[in-house]
Design a protein around this ligand. Structure first.
Ligand SMILES: [Zn+2]
Length: 164
């Protein structure tokens, strides 16, 4: 799913200035309901690239390395769910989520703080937990750490900015 940030399409743009009023932007974004957002795992804002970013040769982690990490994360999940009817973290029931997404005290404190500050729904809470499990799997980490929770919370940016 993709959407513009406002009716004119230049919200947060560095080249053109958005001409919408805050009220227009609010109305526009309310077309997307909170319950619908809850059903989407990851939200990210994608601003227009600047000229020097387009020309830049260094493009982060090479895709061959990323592919290897994704494959490894899939294998971890397959092993985790052997003997069950599911095969990935997103499919976990609340019982399985509790079992596989145990948090250390620091990670739990950060998640609680995020839930309170962003006034997230129970479903968004669930999404963050499962997402943090996947982020930990991609790092081949046995347990979910503060950094994994922090990254998962970032992927709920629309909850934070416009809803709740
Ligand atoms: Zn606008």
């Amino acid at each position: 799913m993709a959407t513009q940030g406002c009716p004119c399409g230049f919200y947060n743009d560095h080249v053109k200035t958005c001409t919408c009023t805050p009220n227009m932007i609010h109305k526009y974004l309310q077309r997307i309901s909170g319950p619908l957002l809850d059903r989407i795992d990851i939200h990210v804002e994608v601003p227009r690239l600047k000229q020097d970013e387009l020309m830049s040769k260094s493009s982060g982690e090479p895709s061959i390395k990323i592919r290897a990490r994704v494959r490894q994360a899939r294998e971890i999940q397959q092993a985790r769910f052997t003997g069950t009817k599911i095969f990935n973290n997103a499919q976990m029931s609340s019982k399985l989520t509790k079992q596989h997404c145990k948090l250390n005290p620091d990670a739990e404190a950060l998640l609680k703080q995020a839930i309170e500050q962003l006034r997230l729904s129970a479903r968004a809470f669930d999404r963050i937990l499962k997402l943090s499990r996947t982020i930990a799997d991609l790092a081949a980490a046995d347990s979910i750490g503060v950094e994994h929770i922090a990254e998962a919370v970032q992927y709920r940016s629309l909850d934070r900015k416009y809803w709740g």
